[in-house]
Design a protein around this ligand. Structure first.
Ligand SMILES: NC(=O)c1ccc[n+]([C@@H]2O[C@H](COP(=O)([O-])OP(=O)(O)OC[C@H]3O[C@@H](n4cnc5c(N)ncnc54)[C@H](OP(=O)(O)O)[C@@H]3O)[C@@H](O)[C@H]2O)c1
Length: 263
């Protein structure tokens, strides 16, 4: 039986683009997202048009049980996982003082707890299919101190650090760990709108999810450790090392102030 790529948060945005990218490369899929998010329609489309096998699970990844349910489903259906893509994420939303407690907890559960636990639970499956790989979707926000992205940036900094250490541990097992750190992606309607309000350089740095998906899957298959997609984003990473903190703060503040008050 051909192995599968398991993608969390595959119903829309970057996750959906990666599902299509894997399917175009003839990879069977296990897709996960919240109930009623269109996974059933997406699965039927991929099966019919791209002729690969697709399973889907509708689960709330903010609950710990969801990781155990995914693991049991794979075991019960005897599905071999070659690639695990921890993509599902709760995005940033405003100043810390204004964030709802439950929103913060959910963000930590979806962005930190679930990718960590799912990686642990699927490790034997991945080891049995080595050479295999884990693709963790972090963010450029994991490197910077940005207002309105405090908890989000913190969760992504965790994911980046966790992935870098894990990559070293799993090398001997033939399981690679790749981290992709996108800047802006035109995924949700809110982000597409916000990205248009930004300055010229930020606007040039924004990628569409399909291009970022090609870069991410290529990096996973080449077993790279870390990728910042897009030429301008790579330049921004270099500039970050060269510019003094005071100038970086001013530039970041100027961009953040362009956002509508409620975001
Ligand atoms: N967009 C950007 O600018 C950007 C930049 C850097 C990094 N990233 C990262 O890229 C990843 C994807 O982002 P995106 O922009 O594509 O976001 P998105 O369009 O909001 O998609 C998020 C995905 O995660 C799923 N998800 C969220 N909460 C969930 C939960 N509790 N249970 C199950 N599934 C859940 C969503 O499923 P439903 O459809 O069921 O809600 C959806 O499939 C995230 O990890 C994000 O941090 C995004």
């Amino acid at each position: 039986m051909k192995p599968y790529a398991l993608i969390t948060g595959a119903s829309q945005g970057f996750g959906k683009a990666m599902a299509l990218e894997f399917a175009q490369r003839n990879m069977n899929l296990v897709l996960v997202a919240l109930p009623n998010s269109g996974l059933s329609e997406l699965s039927i489309f991929i099966k019919q048009i791209l002729i690969v096998d697709v399973h889907y699970l509708e689960l709330d990844l903010s609950s710990i049980e969801s990781s155990y349910k995914i693991s049991s489903y794979l075991e019960n259906n005897n599905l071999s996982i070659k690639y695990l893509v921890n993509n599902a994420g709760v995005l940033s939303r405003g100043f810390f003082t204004e964030l709802d407690d439950n929103y913060i907890l959910k963000q930590i559960e979806v962005n930190v707890t679930t990718p960590t636990l799912l990686t642990k639970l699927l490790l034997n499956n991945l080891r049995n299919n080595a050479p295999s790989g884990i693709l963790n979707i972090s963010s450029m926000a994991s490197f910077f101190a940005l207002p309105k992205k405090q908890v989000y940036g913190g969760t992504k900094a965790y994911l980046t650090s966790f992935s870098r250490s894990l990559a070293k541990e799993l090398k001997q097992d033939g399981v690679s760990v790749t981290i992709i750190c996108p800047g802006g992606l035109n995924t949700t309607t809110r982000l597409c709108y916000q990205n248009r309000l930004m300055g010229w350089i930020t606007r040039q740095s924004v990628l569409n999810p399909e291009d970022a998906a090609t870069i991410a899957v290529d990096a996973l298959l080449k077993r790279k450790t870390m990728v910042v997609p897009g030429f301008i984003n790579k330049c921004l990473m270099i500039l970050d090392k060269l510019l003094p903190e005071i100038i970086k703060d001013k530039l970041a503040e100027r961009e953040i102030n362009k956002l509508p008050a409620s975001t």
